[in-house]
Each structure stands twice: as C-alpha cells, then as structure tokens.
Design a protein around this ligand. Structure first.
Ligand SMILES: [Zn+2]
Ligand SMILES: [Zn+2]
Length: 354
C-alpha cells in the first residue's frame, strides 16, 4: 500500500496535530442507498473526529463521496469504521503528498453526489457496470465494435482523451448524459467503455446506460487519474493522450506530451486553460502566451477594455449587463466554442454602457 507521509520534529511541549503525524490521504465513493442521513452524518463526524480525520465528505440518499487525510496510525481503525457502514468500499490512497489539502473535517448532506438532472424514481443508481483496470480497458479498446465514451465536459476532453472516443459537446454532466444517450441510440448491443476523471461520474452513467437497455456496459475504474498511475506502475502503453483536466489549482496534469488543442484566439497549438482576467467574465478558455500578452490575459477585446477602467466602473458594467439579462453563459466558469463566443459577443462590439 502506498502512503503519502510527512513527519516533523515537534518543539518540546508542543501538542501534536494531524500535520505533525505521518498521514495518509485517501478518497472513496460509492453509490448505495442511504437512509437517516442526519444520524449517519453525526455518527461519522463523532467517530472520524476522534480518529483525527480531516477532509471533505458528501453523503446523499444515493451514496457517499469522500476525500480525507488520516493519521497513518489510525488508518486501519478508520477503514474498519467506514467499512462497517459501507462494506467492501474501495479506498484510493493518494500517491502525491497533499498535507496542506485539508485543515478541517466537513461532512455535508447533499441532494445528489453529482448533479445529474435525473428524476426517474425507478432508476437504480447502484446497478453499475463492470469495473475495468487500465490493462483490461486497453484490451477492450482493441476489440471490434467497442464504443469508447468520454463522460466529462467539453472543456475537459478538449485537452486530452482516449483515441476515437465519443466526446460530449456539453458543458455539464447533467447535459452530457442525455446527449450521449441520444448519440448511442440503436447501439444497445455494442460494448460500451466509459471513462471520466476520477470514476464517480461513470458509476452513475454506467447504471444509467444499463437502465436504458445497454447490455455490455464497462467503466474505467478510478478514472483517468488511476489509469495514469496503473500505466506507469505496470509499464502499459498509454492509450489516453494529452492532458487530464483536474479541479484544483493545477487545472491539468500531463498524461502524454501530445498537445491536442489550440489557443482559442490565434488557433496555434496550446492546451493550458486560463480564466479571463475580468472577474465579471471569468471565462475558462485556452490562451497562448502571445495572446495572453496581446489581450492582457482577457478573453476578448471587450473584456480587455473593461479591465482598463477603474474597479467601480467595472462592477457597474457587470451589474448593468446582469440587469439587462445579458448572455448568461458569459458569466459562467466554463467556456463555449470560440465561434459561438464571437457570435454572441463580437470582439469589436461596443461596450454595452458608457
Ligand atoms: Zn494565441
Ligand atoms: Zn472575458
């Protein structure tokens, strides 16, 4: 078992905290029917606190999703405690050192583990597909009639993906599910290979595809994150190319050196995301260093001009646009294809107020 660890020398008389122990960071999730969420939450909070656990955990009537750090001395006790409630749940031990990740323990109740827009009461999210290792996934990719399905968002698969995968245009998982189902209509007998970043979206999607009549539904266990680890450890060929988009400060990790995307402004090869510097826009987009300096890290000339105004004016502009019910997506954190951006807001468009 791999273990991320750190140990520091304590000053005499100092009380040890979790940071001063050797700690293990781990994550786990499972779709399982849960009841009495409040009681469960309180019980987990009490027991986990006593074991010095820190981190972020969500529970819902459909299951649990947790990322925590545990003093390594208590790891076994902690895993036993978790498995009393969630038998046989797989734990993923983080490879990298991540000691600063958590400063407190939060356990929250949510409507859903992943927002999916599904309301059908008869859909059973625990009836998931077959879990595949990296080796099995590679092998399955070679067989005839296999369909590889990317279940991430448009901006995630733009910078990295498995060769030949079906890619969603959607900006959210909620939109990606019906979109993928529609494009796979009539292919219910073919083998499906699903993948996402860490595996949790596939848990739900695989159950959803089975519910919709697909016979042979398979998913990459642990997602691209664990695929990359297994490939490295076992010396397997990497069939995923480019970057894996991740939801932390790094925004992405390189799986291979291939650059699959291009700058949204000049279309030269480029695959690093950036948020527009105008905080009212905050669009997530791909921008090369040349365009970054030409546009002052803004997504358009419009945003660049706004950034040259005093802060009060910028805020007023933003509020004015919001009041007018201007293009809603313009304020979102995700991006749209550039031609759509141009259509909605031409680069030389005059400022809305002034
Ligand atoms: Zn560029
Ligand atoms: Zn912008």
């Amino acid at each position: 078992m791999m273990q991320s660890s750190s140990s520091r020398t304590l000053a005499p008389g100092a009380l040890p905290s979790v940071q001063d122990h050797v700690i293990t960071t781990l994550s786990f999730y499972r779709y399982v029917h849960l009841k009495d969420l409040n009681i469960l939450m309180e019980a987990m909070r009490a027991e986990w606190s006593s074991l010095g656990v820190l981190g972020r955990t969500y529970i819902a009537e459909e299951g649990i999703n947790a990322q925590v750090s545990v003093p390594s001395d208590n790891l076994e006790l902690f895993q036993l405690a978790v498995r009393r409630v969630f038998p046989e749940i797989p734990f993923k031990i983080a490879v990298e050192e991540n000691n600063e990740a958590f400063t407190k323990l939060t356990i929250k109740i949510r409507q859903k583990l992943v927002a999916d827009g599904l309301t059908d009461e008869s859909f059973d999210v625990t009836q998931v597909g077959q879990h595949l290792t990296a080796r099995e996934f590679n092998e399955a990719m070679q067989s005839q009639g296999t369909i590889v399905v990317d279940l991430r968002n448009h901006y995630e698969c733009e910078v990295g993906r498995f060769d030949g995968a079906l890619l969603p245009q959607a900006n959210t998982f909620r939109e990606a599910l019906p979109e993928m189902l529609e494009s796979l209509k009539g292919k219910e007998d073919q083998k499906l290979l699903l993948y996402c970043t860490g595996g949790i979206r596939c848990e739900k999607a695989s159950a959803w595809f089975k519910f919709n009549g697909f016979q042979d539904v398979n998913q990459l266990h642990g997602g691209i994150i664990d695929y990359a680890r297994q490939v490295k450890e076992e010396g397997l060929p990497t069939l995923y190319r480019g970057k894996n988009f991740v939801f932390d400060q790094r925004l992405s990790e390189s799986i291979t050196e291939d650059v699959l995307a291009c700058c949204h402004q000049c279309e030269s090869a480029w695959d690093l995301h950036n948020n527009c510097r105008f905080e009212g826009c905050n669009r997530l987009f791909l921008q090369c260093p040349d365009c970054r300096s030409e546009f002052d890290a803004c997504c358009s000339k419009t945003c660049q001009e706004i950034m040259q105004k005093p802060k009060e004016e910028r805020v007023a502009l933003q509020q004015e646009w919001e009041r007018k019910g201007g293009p809603k997506h313009y304020w979102s954190k995700t991006r749209l294809p550039l031609d759509l951006v141009r259509a909605v807001r031409p680069l030389d468009e005059p400022l809305p107020v002034n």
